[in-house]
Design a binder for this molecule. Structure first.
Ligand SMILES: [Zn+2]
Length: 309
């Protein structure tokens, strides 16, 4: 079974993660631009970060047979530094047309401040002008009101619901999101919040239309195998393969594919890697290692038993 993880921050992850993800069937991922754990102080830091999302990280994923896409945007936390935010806004148009960019994201509200509102709206206008999908980060505090507000503001700016992926939903927000015609994404964190047991119940109750799951794995405690592990649990709990395929693959492809930058052929037609490849003269290999060249082997040395194959 093939999977897409439509929200994962690989910049913070290791090559072991890439190898395990591919082995578990993850063929494509989307890495939203986000906050790095401490605030950036210069616009150049944003520029280099965006460059790595469309450059080095994309290459690194390819070396493990995973197609890497990203969304580019100014995250809500850093929107609160207005002097810097102004400069970042000028940078965005230089990156959103690059190969592999499938949307504006992750944007939205954190503390729901006036500055967050201002830059969220400006980025929605940019998405509208460029006809790009939007990946919304909904606030963890005051979640329900913040999620509804995020969607209302999209509508106010003329951004169509089918172009918007609303992330970090839970039982309290899913109905509002689906009723308004938006895509409802769920982040599966280990030991907390939206665990995979709860996700199974949501799919049982709401079905698989416009629902997708992701790991949002980053530098915090998170699991890059959340998508395949939740799929395995869904199967065990009697959810159909068709529904699992939609929630763990097809809906992400349909939503972000609207960018014109993400096609199934990108990974179906090319299932080989060549670890002799280099990016700006840099390789992922270290002294004396043997490069993997050729077909991806997804069946060997499995370490996680609860993965569907
Ligand atoms: Zn994120």
């Amino acid at each position: 079974m093939r999977f897409i993880d439509p929200h994962i921050h690989m910049t913070s992850r290791t090559t072991d993660d890439y190898a395990r993800m591919r082995e578990a069937g993850i063929v494509a991922i989307i890495e939203p631009a986000f906050w790095l754990g401490q605030p950036r102080t210069e616009v150049g830091s944003f520029k280099d970060y965006y460059s790595s999302l469309v450059g080095w990280e994309r290459f690194r994923a390819s070396q493990f047979g995973i197609k890497h896409y990203c969304t580019i945007g100014l995250n809500s936390k850093e929107a609160n530094n207005e002097a810097l935010a102004e400069q970042v806004m000028e940078l965005l148009p230089l990156f959103i047309y690059k190969e592999g960019v499938v949307g504006i994201g992750e944007i939205g509200y954190d503390d729901q401040t006036a500055a967050e509102d201002k830059y969220y709206r400006l980025q929605l206008d940019l998405a509208k002008e460029t006809n790009m999908p939007v990946q919304i980060h909904t606030p963890h505090r005051d979640k329900k009101a913040g999620t509804i507000r995020s969607m209302e503001v999209c509508l106010e700016h003329g951004v169509a619901p089918h172009m918007v992926i609303v992330d970090h939903n839970n039982e309290e927000t899913v109905k509002d999101t689906l009723d308004r015609g938006f895509w409802a994404a769920f982040t599966i964190y280990p030991h907390s919040k939206m665990g995979n047991e709860r996700m199974v119940e949501i799919v049982k109750q709401y079905g698989s239309e416009r629902i997708m799951i992701n790991s949002a794995a980053d530098w915090g405690i998170s699991d890059p195998l959340s998508v395949p592990k939740t799929a395995a649990l869904m199967l065990e709990k009697g959810i159909s393969m068709e529904d699992i395929h939609k929630v763990c693959y097809q809906n992400a492809l349909a939503a972000f594919g609207q960018s014109g930058q993400m096609n199934e052929a990108d990974w179906m037609d090319n299932n080989t890697v060549d670890q002799r490849d280099k990016f700006s003269d840099n390789s992922i290999l270290r002294g004396g290692q043997t490069p993997v060249v050729g077909e991806i082997n997804t069946s060997s040395s499995a370490t996680d038993s609860n993965i569907i194959r």
